[in-house]
Design a protein around this ligand. Structure first.
Ligand code: HEC
Length: 146
């Protein structure tokens, strides 16, 4: 009888801690596109959203949209430079002109810039490739700020 009790306790013990282990074991990936997009969404919410809006639609004649623009979908070096240096050119996007200035965000870490640009390039209906930390690092190193 005693032995059975011990065995039962052991079984319950294993079930309990086995279950706990299974619950806490969920792998959290720190690399890969999915987590870059997830992190980028947070950077976007904290910094870019105020001007470019949650849906990337911007504000007419003030802050341009980030939906299917040549800047967002195009050359990654140019796009990274916009975040590092800001942007102060008069541009016409989807028939609207924008002459407000975008402030530089060179205080962001390479990974944060990679994440936020990956998020932007894969959100709002955009389907462009990932931006990596290495790419940002390279552009920052070669970047001569005015
Ligand atoms: C203070 C408001 C403001 C913030 C914050 C801001 N932007 Fe901008 N952004 C602008 C304005 C204004 C322009 C257009 C500048 C011009 O016409 O010279 C612009 C232009 C752009 C462009 C190029 C034009 C286009 O619409 O494709 C991109 C890409 C961009 N911003 C991305 C970002 C990202 C990513 C962030 C966050 C890291 C960000 N911006 C934060 C105001 C802002």
């Amino acid at each position: 009888m005693n032995i059975n009790k011990t065995a039962l306790m052991l079984m319950l013990f294993c079930l309990f801690f086995g279950g706990l282990y299974a619950q806490t074991k969920k792998p959290v990936s720190h690399t890969g596109t999915t987590s870059s997009v997830a992190r980028g969404k947070i950077v976007y919410a904290n910094i870019c959203l105020a001007c470019h809006m949650a849906d990337g639609g911007g504000v007419q004649n003030m802050n341009p949209p980030l939906i299917q623009t040549t800047y967002v979908l195009g050359d990654k070096t140019a796009l990274i430079k916009i975040v590092l240096n800001g942007f102060k050119e008069d541009v016409e996007i989807n028939g609207q002109t924008y002459s407000n200035n975008m402030t530089p965000h060179s205080d962001l870490k390479d990974q944060q810039i990679a994440d936020v640009l990956t998020y932007v390039r894969k959100s709002f209906g955009n389907k462009a490739s990932t931006v990596t930390m290495a790419e940002v690092k390279k552009v920052r190193a070669a970047n001569v700020t005015k």
